[in-house]
Design a binder for this molecule. Structure first.
Ligand code: PGA
Length: 256
């Protein structure tokens, strides 16, 4: 399957930044052999989706509420972000788990709401530094997968070790391979063929300089990129470092 390179802008970006990114992606996307996604703040979804219309680049939200509407001040729902142009949604990011007390059960409810609302969920899992030092990383990720993913889950899993997010530190290649292999085994056991084909992204300090090595690891199906996705040049460099699906590139001999 084509790799997915997803940008998570977090609480960053102006309208000008979004339009600038759209121009750069519009020029470059056709020659890139992986799927591209930008998840800006909810305020920029509509403008970015319009600016990217007609390109292969998708737009996603960074969260959605588990209900479709109601008395939930400050929240946005899956149908709302879908109407604004989102086709994907990041759920259960460690910053939301930490800042907003999101539990696995809540992420599970949001993943159901996302699917019903026509969004593909990207569910984030990953251990803290303390948990890794204690050797508890696989137990933590097993629990998160079991409790966060609904029965009929048809989305993407992102493995993001919390200690690697925004720190410039990444796990060793062997540690990424071990965790992605573990997640693949869990998904296969639970979802069968769908689990064997599900994309598992790596996230946490992915940069142009380390992208090729991380994205070449077995069972890494792409990247969830935070800081580096704010720069069009860096985001595109990461996308070009991914294994390219040549079959899907435009045929240079077409029409001759
Ligand atoms: P980072 O963030 O690339 O800035 O480490 C990744 C993420 O939180 O998704």
């Amino acid at each position: 399957m084509r790799q997915l390179i997803a940008g998570n802008w977090k609480m960053n970006g102006t309208l000008g930044d979004a339009l600038h990114m759209a121009v750069a992606l519009r020029q470059a996307a056709g020659a890139i052999g992986c799927d591209l996604l930008i998840c800006p703040p909810a305020t920029l979804l509509q403008a970015l989706a319009s600016a990217l219309a007609g390109t292969p680049v998708s737009v996603g939200a960074q969260d959605c509420h588990q209900m479709n509407s109601g008395a939930h001040t400050g929240d946005v729902s899956a149908p709302m972000v879908r109407e604004a142009g989102a086709r994907w949604v990041i759920l259960g990011h460690s910053e939301r788990r930490a800042d907003h007390g999101e539990t696995d059960a809540l992420v599970h409810a949001k993943a159901d709401a996302a699917a019903s609302g026509g969004l593909t969920p990207i569910v984030c899992v990953g251990e803290t530094e303390r948990e890794r030092l204690d050797g508890a990383q696989t137990a933590v990720v097993r629990r998160q997968l079991a409790a966060s993913l609904p029965e009929n889950f048809a989305g993407v899993v992102a493995y993001e070790p919390v200690w690697a997010i925004g720190t410039g530190r990444t796990p060793s290649g062997a540690d990424v391979a071990a965790m992605h292999g573990f997640i693949r085994a869990e998904l296969s056991a639970r979802f069968g063929a769908a689990g064997r084909a599900m994309r598992i992204l790596y996230g946490g300090s992915v940069k142009p300089a380390n992208a090729a090595a991380l994205l070449a690891i077995a069972d890494v199906g792409g990247a969830l990129v935070g800081g580096a996705s704010l720069s069009a040049a860096d985001f595109l460099a990461i996308a070009r470092a991914a294994p390219q699906d040549q079959a899907s590139l435009p045929n240079p001999n077409a029409g001759r």
